[in-house]
Design a protein around this ligand. Structure first.
Ligand SMILES: Nc1ncnc2c1ncn2[C@@H]1O[C@H](COP(=O)(O)OP(=O)(O)O)[C@@H](O)[C@H]1O
Ligand SMILES: [Mg+2]
Length: 336
């Protein structure tokens, strides 16, 4: 498969109230052409910072290192002028706060048509027609009327559809959706997600989906990267992750989904059941030494507070950054 996007050792820093905050601290993953890759983790672990860095929109923060290779070009090293074209025409983004991202004094259709006027040189009239077509594509009810409405006249779910129409307006190859359904009620969430699935098939999109909710991931992603405190701690095809989560953090996250089944026992003996994930994500201004998860980890042992575990490959397409993997291999309790 061909990686459309390769994020490598990405570091994003913000100046927090109590000193510098490494929001992303060496994040690496690849998104293959045509797949949906989900970035998952609790609030504050650096998902949005990672997404914004891909588009070079982290201000007032700084991108301190790494590479973001999109379709063969390192986006961190191209001129701003070229980057503007990437943002408008090659990568579409649905931001976390739909309501805040829309301009309250411009009609919905004008906003959907805006980048078509800029990037494709469409007339005002043609852009409005195209906006209505896009609003129909994202299944906004009564698109002709709503194109002439202002954002405050729309519900949260409708605004999210408008954001999606804007993100899709220049037929991007990659769509980044940052918590596209978090603010919505469950029924609307399901509708938006199934819409995304349909659009993906229809338009041949590649999707980077960001969420704090592993439950959302199961039906909507091909592969999953689990983030914790600015790092990727586990990566796996979605079915593998649900069947056999390896990192204790992933295990805890899975257990906190209502109705999720417990992880299968490993071949080397029953995996102990973990209590629901206790504690909170560490303050990024003072990340614990060693494994960042060790203070919350029910299985932490000797090296964990001292040494940061490297990510190791534990199967086809599977990476885990946890010393339990090394320990399991060394003790010869290999799993299939
Ligand atoms: N504008 C900002 N100024 C200071 N700190 C920020 C800013 N944006 C994000 N951060 C910090 O970076 C960390 C990661 O934030 P974010 O990427 O938004 O997490 P997530 O999207 O996973 O919830 C958080 O600790 C947050 O406080
Ligand atoms: Mg976020």
């Amino acid at each position: 498969m061909f990686p459309l996007l390769e994020v490598e050792s990405l570091r994003v820093r913000y100046d927090g109230l109590f000193g510098p905050v490494a929001a992303a601290d060496g994040v690496s993953f690849r998104v293959e052409e045509g797949e949906t890759y989900a970035l998952v983790g609790e609030s504050g672990c650096g998902k949005t910072a990672t997404a914004l860095a891909i588009l070079r929109l982290v201000e007032p923060g700084r991108i301190e290192g790494g590479r973001v290779v999109f379709d063969g070009r390192d986006l961190l090293r191209i001129p701003e002028r070229e980057m503007r074209r990437v943002r408008g025409a090659e990568i579409g983004m649905v931001f976390q706060e739909a309501a805040a991202a829309l301009n309250p004094v411009l009609k919905v259709g004008t906003q959907v048509g805006e980048s078509l006027r800029i990037h494709r040189g469409l007339s005002r009239r043609a852009a409005m027609d195209e906006a209505v077509r896009l609003l129909r594509l994202v299944a906004l009810p009564d698109p002709d009327r709503h194109a002439r409405a202002y954002p405050h006249e729309l519900s949260g779910g409708m605004m999210q559809r408008v954001m999606l129409a804007i993100a899709l307006s220049c037929s991007p190859r990659l769509l980044i959706a940052d918590e596209p359904t978090t603010a919505l009620d469950v029924t609307i969430q399901a509708q938006i997600l199934s819409l995304l699935r349909r659009l993906k098939r229809k338009m041949g999109l590649t999707v980077l989906a960001i969420t704090h909710d592993l439950g959302v991931v199961a039906e909507n992603a091909d592969r999953v990267g689990v983030m914790y405190a600015g790092r990727l701690v586990e990566e796996a095809p979605v079915a593998d992750l649900f069947r056999d989560p390896r990192h204790p953090y992933t295990q805890g996250l899975l257990r906190s989904i209502p109705g999720a089944s417990p992880p299968r026992a490993g071949a080397g003996g029953a995996r102990p059941r973990l209590p629901t994930l206790a504690g909170a994500v560490p303050d990024p201004a003072s990340v614990p030494p060693g494994c960042r998860f060790h203070p919350r980890c029910p299985r932490a042992f000797e090296p964990c507070p001292r040494i940061e575990p490297p990510a190791v490959e534990v199967g086809p397409g599977r990476r885990v950054a946890c010393f339990l993997e090394g320990a399991a291999t060394a003790a010869g309790e290999g799993r299939s």
